[in-house]
Design a protein around this ligand. Structure first.
Ligand code: ADP
Length: 401
């Protein structure tokens, strides 16, 4: 099946046309700076890269432009939009309603709308992309894949915060978790690699990118995850603080006279690797400066790796038996020293990294970097959220045909 995967952000739309059977990417691209000056299309077709400068005033125009590129004789791999079997959309927040990907209907659109209050930056542009696509290709089956749905299997004692229960009952304040599509994808890949059924596979999946989260996967299902009500909780990230004492925020407002928007800006955009180091949110810079002797870069790196170790430890106890620890996303797949430091000193627990294998990763494939005597396997698995969306879309659409 040919599946068009769309990821609509606030000022960008990412797209891929994927053959969901062969897993081949037929073409892909990114429209950036939508509604701004200098908007452009970065498009790849058959290995050829195109940069098209063009005024794209809104999401509706962006989706329309993608549809014309796909069938263009120079840019596109297909002759007609009829060649597209279905469309899969990434949506960040599905709240508590959806534990699986779903075919779009009025009810799903209503839920995405309802959850705008839980994901005010993400759900509105996600919805704009969906509505524009529905307008342009109303006859095509369209599927929504939520970042939160994989984590809907968490039990109440894990997703409920220790606040008065009414905050959950009346306002749905609870742990939701994010990066679900990536955690699910690498879990399936890990089970396949380990040659065992996903239903009896226990994993700790570390998605380490600009945003980072760790998930405890018990019998193939999300049991606990480090991100919470919002993506700020958990690990140290590029610019997000991760776990902090919530009373710090009250202190910032009451005693240091910061406003709520300022505090939000601090914990979301000015903290993390960037805030601690004062250098950058990019792990490559942090590692380089840290090796050059910069103390704050080293501190940021140490906090980052320590938190990974701490969550791995907690999740090992929480799920009991672990088959493998999986590293994925920009930092997880590429940063040798993060993998080495976060697993350092865990040999007694059966987690032993092979330093040579860790340094010689073959890109684009699954790498087992555990030592021969490691009880728990350590895997580096390239994530592929678009393929996961395409596979989910294919599975749902096959059922309705
Ligand atoms: P996003 O969360 O934006 O999707 P990615 O998963 O693409 O992020 O990860 C981006 C991060 O990956 C960058 O901020 C960078 O720090 C890190 N990264 C990429 N390549 C390397 C590398 N070779 N070494 C260390 N870090 C890397």
């Amino acid at each position: 099946m040919k599946i068009l995967v769309l990821n609509s952000g606030s000022s960008s739309v990412k797209y891929q046309l994927i053959n969901s059977v062969t897993h081949k990417i037929l073409c892909k691209g990114l429209i950036e700076k939508i509604g701004e000056e200098g908007s452009f299309i970065h498009h790849i077709n058959g290995g050829e890269i195109f940069e098209i400068k063009e005024n794209i005033k809104d999401h509706s125009r962006a989706i329309q432009r993608i549809s014309t590129l796909l069938v263009d004789h120079k840019y596109g791999p297909i002759d007609s939009l009829n060649d597209i079997d279905a469309i899969g959309h990434r949506v960040v927040h599905g709240g508590e309603k959806y534990a699986e990907s779903v075919l779009i209907d009025e009810d799903v659109i209503g839920t995405i709308r309802e959850n705008i209050k839980l994901a005010p930056l993400h759900n509105p542009p996600n919805l704009k992309g969906i509505l524009s696509t529905l307008e342009l290709m109303p006859e095509k089956p369209q599927v929504v894949v939520f970042d939160t749905s994989f984590h809907q299997t968490m039990p109440p004692f894990i997703y409920t915060y220790g606040l008065p229960y009414d905050f959950y009952k009346n306002f749905r304040i609870r742990r939701y978790g994010f990066h679900g599509t990536s955690h699910k994808y690498v879990s399936l890949k890990a089970a396949e690699f380990l040659n065992q059924p996903i239903e009896s596979t226990n994993l700790i999946t570390c998605h380490l990118g600009n945003g980072s989260s760790i998930t405890a996967v018990k019998n193939g299902k999300s049991f606990d995850t480090s991100m919470g009500f919002t993506p700020v909780e958990g690990l140290l990230m590029g610019t997000r603080s991760g776990d902090i004492d919530p009373a710090i925020l009250i202190y910032m407002e009451n005693d240091l006279n910061y406003t709520i928007p300022q505090i939000s800006d601090i914990i979301n955009k000015k903290s993390g690797l960037s805030g601690v180091s004062g250098i950058s949110n990019d792990m490559r810079e942090i590692v380089k400066k840290s090796e050059d002797g910069d103390m704050r870069a080293k501190l940021a790196f140490d906090i980052f790796c320590y938190r990974i170790k701490k969550y791995i430890g907690a999740y090992m106890f929480s799920i009991g038996m672990v088959d493998a620890i999986v590293f994925t996303a920009g930092i997880g797949e590429n940063c040798i020293s993060t993998r080495e430091s976060s697993l350092k000193g865990l040999e007694e627990f059966g987690i032993i990294i092979d330093k040579k294998k860790n340094r010689n990763i073959e890109k684009g494939t699954i790498n087992d970097i555990s030592a021969f005597n490691s009880k728990i396997r350590i895997l580096v698995i390239p994530t592929n959220e678009e393929l996961m969306i395409a596979k989910d879309t294919e599975a749902i659409v096959k059922n309705i045909k």
